[in-house]
Each structure stands twice: as structure tokens, then as C-alpha cells.
Design a protein around this ligand. Structure first.
Ligand SMILES: Cc1cc2nc3c(=O)[nH]c(=O)nc-3n(C[C@H](O)[C@H](O)[C@H](O)COP(=O)(O)OP(=O)(O)OC[C@H]3O[C@@H](n4cnc5c(N)ncnc54)[C@H](O)[C@@H]3O)c2cc1C
Length: 326
């Protein structure tokens, strides 16, 4: 029995939510009395494997192979299956990123395993793993009990804390990767970068978001949001109303049907605080709301509230931070 965690990498960098998944896996492993194994796949695996070793895992398994240079579902699914067998894993976990959701579902089908997707919590009860899923914008927390021996979970980014790095421990064991002819039919022909220079919303420690409150002059409103974000090294977020109105692309949307974020600081400008928006950012460590309506629901969740016009407040904040952070 072991808990195996796939550590996703993009362009040689580990995905932050994979480390958080390791944090969740350690909780599961402790309760089950099982070891935790990290799995690193790619053309190059040494640097990330060394990082995993500092996070209190029992073993780090690597598969370094040119056929794993690019993420391809069938090749990665084959690799994960082989690693599950090598580790003797009964629990497989990965971050619920776009790739993680696809890969966890595929591997679960192939192994005939139970799947708990996008979990936000877990616990061990009477020696059995119970996964918790958040439904209806966080209004219902559903316990998922597994009936299968093999259990696969994908973990919502920002739902768990990453382990604190410590002394290097756990052996790195290189596994060989075998792909049968015709098993991986996809090819990566081209990679296009769409977010060049932007801070990633899900990984951001600070987010400045704009909502329908910019409607009087949307271009200026989001320019002000972006300027403040630039000074703070923050990512730019948005409410669905702002996205639906075409003020900003969907990739910036925070909430139930957008991204789930958990930054240290979330600044919401001209956002009323609908339940569907709160579902995506309510777990932020500090929420600052700017709204000209003092009765806006966002103020009930905000740690600090500024009652005022965002077209005046945002430039004042930007200038103050610019002076302060010089
Ligand atoms: C199934 C479903 C899924 C959804 N998913 C999402 C989601 O993922 N994310 C999301 O955000 N929403 C989502 N919504 C929509 C959600 O219900 C709200 O409609 C949306 O969040 C409202 O966006 P808003 O706060 O920007 O706009 P509004 O609710 O219109 O609020 C605008 C706010 O700006 C303030 N304001 C106006 N002018 C100014 C000014 N000059 N200065 C300062 N403040 C000003 C107003 O007082 C008001 O509070 C979803 C809805 C449904 C039904």
C-alpha cells in the first residue's frame, strides 16, 4: 500500500498545486499508515525530484524519457500506470489542473478505480479514505467513500497547503518507461504561449480583480486594475459580469465557473460579492473590497472595505503603493 502523487511540470517548472497535493497526500498517508511516493515524469526529472525530496516524502520515483518530454495523455497515462504498479500504490493523487483532471480520469478508468475529482478536503475514517467535494458554490460538502481497492483523487488547487521544505529525505529511484508501438498516437506539433508576461491567476499571491463597477468606462477601469496589479506584482482577475460584458477575456474569471484562487491578498474593485464569485475567492487570506455601495454583500466577507468610486480609489492606491514599494 502506498500513496502516489504525480508532480506535474510545465516547461521544466513544477506546478505549485502539485506540491499542495503532496501536502494532502501526507495527511492521507499518515491516516492510512502508508508511505508517500512522489512521481516525476519528463525528459528531465532531476531538479524536480530533488525538490520533492525536501518535502518529507518516503520515495521519489522518476521516469526520464524523451517520449515524456511533452504532456501527451496516452503516454502519460501509460507511465502513471507503470508507476502505480512499481510503487504498489492503492491511492493515486494529482492536482486538479486541466491536465490532472484529464489524466486522473483516464488512469482511473484504465485501472477500474474509484475517482474523486476536484476534492477540497480529505480524512481517514476507520482506516478508510474519505474525500470531500465542494458542490453548488461551496454550499454543500459531499463525502466520497470508495468501494474500489484502487482510489484516484484530483485535488483542487489552493485547497491544501504545500509541505514546508526541510532536510532532504527519501530515495530517488529511476524507473524505466516502456511504451508499446502505437500506444501513444498524439504528437505535439506546436506550443503557443498566451499569457506571456502575465502573472498566473491560480498561482498568484496577490490578485486585483475588477467587476461590472467599471461599466462607466470599462477600458479605463481595467487599465486602472491592471496598473495596480503591475505595481503589486499581482495577477488580474474579474467577475463573470465583467467577462460576459466583454471587458476582459474569460481566462481572468474568478468564481464558480471561473478559477478558484487563494491568494494572500485579493482586491475586489466594483464587484458586488455574489455567491458564485465568493465561491472562487472566499478562501483568500485577506480580502479588500472597493465599492461605492456601502451595503454591497462583498463587505460582509472583506477584511478591509473602502466605500468609494473605483475610478478614484484605484489610482490613489496605485500611487500609494508605488511610493511605498519604491
Ligand atoms: C451558474 C452561475 C455561475 C456563475 N459563475 C460566476 C463566476 O464564476 N464568477 C462570477 O464572478 N460570477 C459568476 N456568476 C454571476 C454572479 O451571480 C454575479 O452576477 C456576478 O458575480 C456579478 O458580477 P459583479 O459583482 O461584477 O457585478 P454586479 O453584481 O453588477 O456588481 C457591480 C458592483 O459594482 C459596484 N460599483 C458600480 N460602480 C462602481 C464604481 N464606480 N466604483 C466602485 N464600485 C462600483 C456596485 O455597487 C456593485 O456592487 C455566476 C452565476 C450563475 C447563475
Amino acid at each position: 500500500m502506498a500513496v502516489l502523487v504525480w508532480i506535474e511540470q510545465v516547461n521544466g517548472e513544477p506546478v505549485a498545486s502539485s506540491w499542495e497535493t503532496l501536502g494532502a497526500a501526507k495527511t492521507a498517508a499518515e491516516g492510512l499508515g502508508a508511505p508517500v511516493c512522489a512521481l516525476v515524469l519528463g525528459a528531465e526529472t532531476d531538479t524536480i525530484a530533488a525538490g520533492a525530496q525536501t518535502l518529507g516524502v518516503d520515495r521519489v520515483l522518476t521516469m526520464a524519457d524523451p517520449q515524456l518530454a511533452d504532456y501527451r495523455l496516452s503516454a502519460y497515462a501509460a507511465a502513471v500506470e507503470q508507476a502505480v504498479a512499481a510503487a504498489g500504490a492503492t491511492v493515486l493523487m494529482m492536482a486538479a489542473t486541466t491536465r490532472g483532471r484529464e489524466l486522473s480520469g483516464t488512469v482511473a478508468c484504465r485501472l477500474g478505480a474509484g475517482l474523486a475529482p476536484d476534492i477540497v478536503d480529505l480524512r481517514v475514517e476507520a482506516g478508510k479514505l474519505v474525500a470531500v467535494r465542494s458542490l453548488y458554490s461551496g454550499n454543500i460538502l459531499a463525502d466520497v467513500h470508495f468501494e474500489s481497492a484502487m482510489q484516484v483523487l484530483s485535488v483542487r488547487p489552493r485547497a491544501f497547503a504545500a509541505p514546508v521544505a526541510g532536510a532532504t529525505a527519501g530515495n530517488v529511484e529511476a524507473l524505466s518507461f516502456a511504451l508499446e508501438a502505437g500506444q501513444a498516437t498524439e504528437q505535439v506539433l506546436e506550443t503557443r504561449v498566451t499569457d506571456s508576461g502575465e502573472v498566473s491567476l491560480t498561482d498568484a499571491k496577490i490578485i486585483v480583480s475588477g467587476g461590472r463597477g467599471v461599466a462607466a468606462d470599462p477600458a479605463k477601469g481595467f487599465a486602472l486594475v491592471t496598473e495596480l496589479a503591475g505595481v503589486l506584482g499581482a495577477a488580474v482577475g474579474a467577475s463573470r459580469a465583467a467577462v460576459d460584458a466583454g471587458y476582459i477575456p474569460y481566462k481572468h474569471q474568478v468564481g464558480q465557473t471561473g478559477k478558484t484562487v487563494r491568494p494572500d491578498l485579493y482586491i475586489a474593485a466594483g464587484i458586488s460579492g455574489a455567491i458564485q464569485h465568493l465561491a472562487g475567492m472566499g478562501a483568500s487570506k485577506m480580502i479588500v473590497a472597493i465599492n461605492k455601495d456601502r451595503d454591497a454583500p462583498i463587505f460582509e466577507r472583506a477584511h478591509y472595505g473602502i466605500v468609494g468610486d473605483l475610478f478614484e480609489v484605484l489610482p490613489a492606491l496605485t500611487e500609494a503603493f508605488r511610493q511605498r514599494l519604491k
